[in-house]
Design a protein around this ligand. Structure first.
Ligand code: F6P
Length: 328
């Protein structure tokens, strides 16, 4: 990408669902930018802060002691007004008023859809960092927060396994993933679950029931991990259907919910966020815009927003195939 106009001041924001590691990314952006002589403004509450002119100056010491914290020091939001053309005009005006030449937006597909529009309509230079636990963005092997969320889910499922085995029960554990099953598949493999229900894979209740009957012949407990967006319904709905086929099974449902979004980021997420945060500043100074930075096979790569949000990231087929083998 060709170098753009010189930039002396950049903005950074976090938007959409928060994810562990967003703070590490903010810290990296601020420290890389200031060490390269740029001023940095943190924009509070995502795009909403741009509309309401809620900016704070950020220097290296303002981001001390956050690399290990979940959540986001800049707070996050989903802005309805920013979805409108008039809202984006306001956002552009705020950036102009403060002399901000480029923006780092940390978030997921909704964040990048907005970023792409802001660039198309007003030429705003934005580079995105993939911050979402869902891992559903093309252009990066992992998103910031995914590893932590999977570890949190696995830790919880391990505990559920203890009580499930003690009572010879079947548990349905619902994990996050409104449209995608990345967290569900990784946490099912990592926790030794008997079955996984994923939005991407149409499944039949008969198959699930047969697998659970089979497991009951030799195992003290069974765990079915359900992605919240499964096409057969949420964990309660699926458990209800299974109960009709297996009325004698003692079963329970646990919804892990938002605890997967919080907590101290894992080592992997801290390192990923730090690496991408520094790279965002360097790529902006080289002229990058309208694109997301990600890590693919250990290398930092830039993917246009249109591709990152337009191409559906596929589940790992090999992981999918080994689950039934591991569950025997
Ligand atoms: O961050 C993405 C996600 O975790 C989805 O998997 C989930 O459906 C959604 O956030 C819920 O977010 P909220 O409760 O903030 O709307």
């Amino acid at each position: 990408m060709s170098a753009g106009p010189s930039i002396g001041h950049i903005g950074v924001l976090t938007s959409g669902g928060d994810s562990p590691g967003m703070n590490a990314a903010i810290r990296a952006v601020v420290r890389a930018a200031t060490s390269r002589g740029l001023r940095v403004s943190g924009i509070l509450n995502g795009y909403e802060g741009l509309l309401q002119d809620r900016l704070i100056p950020l220097g290296p010491r303002d981001v001390s002691n956050i690399v290990q914290r979940g959540g986001t020091m800049l707070r996050s939001a989903r802005s309805e007004e920013f979805r409108t053309a008039a809202g984006r005009v306001k956002a552009k005006e705020t950036l102009e008023r403060h002399g901000i030449g480029a923006l780092v937006a940390i978030g997921g597909d909704g964040t990048f859809t907005g970023a792409h529009l802001l660039h198309q309509e007003h030429g705003v230079r934005i580079v995105g960092l993939p911050g979402t636990i869902d891992n559903d963005l093309a252009g990066t092997d992992r998103t910031i927060g995914f590893d932590t969320a999977v570890n949190t889910a696995i830790e919880a499922i391990d505990k559920i396994r203890d009580t499930a085995s003690a009572h010879e029960r079947l548990f349905f554990v619902e994990v996050m993933g409104r449209d995608t099953g990345f967290i569900a598949l990784a946490s099912a493999i990592g926790s030794g679950a008997e079955y996984v229900m994923l939005p991407e894979v149409p499944q039949r209740i008969e198959e699930l029931v047969a697998a659970l009957r089979q497991a009951k012949t030799s195992k003290s407990s069974s765990i079915v991990v359900v992605a919240e967006g499964d096409e057969m319904g949420n964990a309660f709905a699926i458990a209800g259907q299974v109960k009709e086929h297996l009325p004698h099974f003692d079963m329970r449902v646990t919804v892990l919910g938002h605890l997967q979004r919080g907590g101290s980021p894992s080592a992997m997420d801290r390192v990923l966020a730090s690496r991408l945060g520094v790279a965002a500043v360097d790529r902006i100074l080289e002229g990058a815009h309208d694109a997301m930075l990600g890590e693919v096979c250990g290398r930092v790569v830039l993917t246009p927003f249109a591709e990152a949000i337009g191409n559906r990231k596929q589940l790992d087929e090999q992981l999918l195939a080994i689950l039934p083998v591991l569950a025997t």
